[in-house]
Design a protein around this ligand. Structure first.
Ligand code: NAD
Ligand code: USQ
Length: 395
C-alpha cells in the first residue's frame, strides 16, 4: 500500500514509518519538525541522540535497501501544500500523528493552549477537507487518546468508542441507540482529541470517508526492532517534565539517580502500551480497513492498566530508587479505577506485551547509556493546571 505518515518524525511516527516500510509498504513521511523546535523552546533534548530526518532515511536505505520519502510541511497551516501532497501521492492509507501531544505543554500558558488547539484542530480538519477536495479515498488512521473518556471511575469497562444507551421516548417507551462515549478531557491537549472525534464523525457521515480512531494509552519504551538496527535510526526518548511520560520517566529517574516523581498519592490509574505494540496496532488497523459507509471505527489501543504508585514501587524494587510524593501540578482525580475493552485490536491479531523485566531493563539501559544528555533541572513537571497552585516541590 502507499501510505503517508503525518508526524512521522516523532516518537510514535518514526518507528511506525519503519515498521510499515519493513512490511513492504511504500511510505512517505510528512512532518514540519515542530517537535524538534519545541525541544529548543524548552531548552531540552531527547535523552537519545536522534539523527536528522535526512540521516535517518539514508541509514534506513543503507540498512534495508528500502526507500522512505520525506516532505517537510505544516499540515495545520499549509493547506495548499497538503492538498498537493495528497493529490500527487493518492495514498491508500494515511496515519495521522501530527499533533502537539503533551498535556503539560498544552497547559503552560494561554499561548501554549492556543497553539495546541490551533495546531491540532486545524491539522485534523485540513486533512479531512483536503481528502475531499483531492477526490481520493484513503483510509485515515488517527491516533486519539484514552484520555477522551476521562479519568474518573466509570464503574464499567470503557467500551471502544461507543456507548449503548436507552432514552425514554415520548410515550414512555425505551429507545435504544449508540452514542460516542461522553467526552471528558483532562487537559487542553486531551480536549483537542475530543474535538477531533466530532470532525471525524461529520466527515464520515457527510463524505463517506473511512476513518479509524485509535484511542491509545500511554506509550512506554523507546526502541523497536527496527529503530535498534542502527544507531542512526534510534528513536527519541522524552524525559522532561512536559513531554516525558510517567513510566519512561520513572525508569529514567532511577537511572540518573533522581527520586521517582509520583504526583500526589499516585492513585491515578492509566492505560499503557509498549512502543513495539503501538507500531503493530497501526499496521493491523491499516491492513484491515473498515468498509465504506459505516461510522468511525474506534479501537482502544492499550494492553494493560496500572496505578502510578504501583509503577513507582515496581521500578523502586527493581532499581533501589527512592520514591518522592510531590504536589500534583495537574487538576485530576487523585484516585481512579480503570477497566478498558481492547477486543478490537486483539481480534485483529495484536499480541500484547506487558511490563516484562527485559523491556523495563532496556529503557533503564538506554537511560544509563545517555545519562550525560539528561539535564536534571528539567525533570520536575512545572506546568500547572491551576495557576494559584504552588509549584510542585519534592516532599
Ligand atoms: P511527537 O510529538 O513525538 O510526534 C508528533 C509529530 O508530529 C512530531 O514529529 C511533530 O513535529 C509533528 N507535527 C506536529 N504538528 C504538526 C503539523 N502541524 N504539521 C506537520 N507535522 C506536525 O508525539 P508522539 O508521542 O509520537 O505522538 C503521536 C500521536 O500519538 C499524537 O497525536 C499523540 O496525541 C498520540 N498519542 C501519543 C501517546 C504517547 O504516549 N506518546 C499516547 C497516546 C496517543
Ligand atoms: N505522573 C506522575 N509523575 C510524573 C509524570 C506523570 O505521577 O513524573 C502522572 C500524571 O499526573 C498522570 C499520569 O502520571 O496522572 C500520566 O501522565 P503522563 O504524562 O504519563 O501521561 P498523559 O499526560 O496522560 O499523556 C500521555 C501522552 C499523550 C497521550 C496520553 C494517553 O503524552 O499524548 O494522549 O498519555 S492517556 O493518558 O491514556 O490519555
Amino acid at each position: 500500500m502507499r501510505i503517508l505518515v503525518l508526524g512521522g518524525d516523532g516518537f510514535c511516527g518514526w518507528p511506525t514509518a519503519l515498521h510499515l516500510s519493513d512490511a513492504g509498504h511504500d511510505v512517505t513521511i510528512v512532518d514540519n519538525l515542530s517537535r524538534r523546535l519545541i525541544d529548543e523552546e524548552l531548552g531540552v533534548q531527547s535523552m537519545t541522540p536522534i539523527s536528522t530526518p535526512e540521516v535517518r532515511l539514508a541509514a534506513w536505505r543503507e540498512v534495508t535497501g528500502k526507500q522512505i520519502d520525506f516532505v517537510e510541511l505544516d499540515i495545520a497551516h499549509d493547506y495548499d501544500g497538503l492538498l498537493e501532497v495528497l493529490s500527487t501521492a493518492r495514498p491508500d492509507a494515511i496515519v495521522h500523528f501530527a499533533e502537539q501531544r503533551a498535556a503539560p505543554y498544552s497547559m503552560k500558558s494561554s499561548w501554549h493552549k492556543r497553539y495546541t488547539v490551533d495546531n491540532n484542530v486545524n491539522a485534523t480538519h485540513n486533512l479531512l477537507a483536503a481528502i475531499v477536495e483531492a477526490g481520493i479515498d484513503p483510509h485515515v488512521v488517527h491516533l486519539g487518546t484514552m484520555g477522551v473518556y476521562g479519568y474518573g471511575t466509570a464503574g464499567v469497562r470503557i467500551p471502544e468508542g461507543y456507548l449503548r444507551v436507552g432514552m425514554e421516548g415520548a410515550d414512555g417507551e425505551t429507545i435504544e441507540t449508540e452514542i460516542l462515549y461522553p467526552a471528558n478531557p483532562g487537559s487542553v491537549y486531551h480536549m483537542t482529541k475530543t474535538l477531533d472525534q466530532l470532525l471525524f464523525a461529520y466527515y464520515v457521515k457527510n463524505d463517506r470517508l473511512r476513518v479509524t480512531d485509535l484511542h491509545q494509552g500511554i506509550v512506554w519504551g523507546t526502541q523497536t526492532t527496527d529503530t535498534a538496527r542502527d544507531i542512526r535510526l534510534i528513536n527519541r526518548f522524552d524525559y522532561d517534565g512536559d513531554y516525558g511520560t510517567v513510566l519512561n520517566r520513572f525508569l529514567m529517574e532511577s537511572a540518573v539517580g533522581h527520586p521517582l516523581t509520583v504526583h500526589g498519592t499516585g492513585g491515578q490509574t492509566r492505560a499503557f502500551i509498549h512502543i513495539q505494540n503501538t507500531v503493530q496496532c497501526i499496521r493491523l488497523a491499516i491492513e484491515n480497513p473498515p468498509e465504506k459507509g459505516g461510522r468511525v471505527r474506534i479501537f482502544n489501543q492499550m494492553t494493560e492498566t496500572h496505578r502510578v504508585r504501583d509503577l513507582a514501587k515496581l521500578v523502586a524494587n527493581i532499581t533501589g530508587a527512592e520514591i518522592a510524593y510531590v504536589d500534583n501540578p495537574r487538576n485530576e482525580a487523585p484516585e481512579n479505577e480503570l477497566l478498558v475493552a481492547n477486543d478490537g485490536l486483539v481480534g485483529l491479531g495484536l499480541s500484547p506485551l506487558t511490563l516484562e523485566q527485559n523491556l523495563l531493563d532496556e529503557v533503564i539501559d538506554i537511560a544509563h547509556k545517555y545519562v550525560d544528555r539528561c539535564d536534571l533541572a528539567h525533570i520536575p513537571s512545572r506546568s500547572l493546571w491551576l495557576k494559584q497552585t504552588e509549584p510542585a516541590e519534592t516532599v
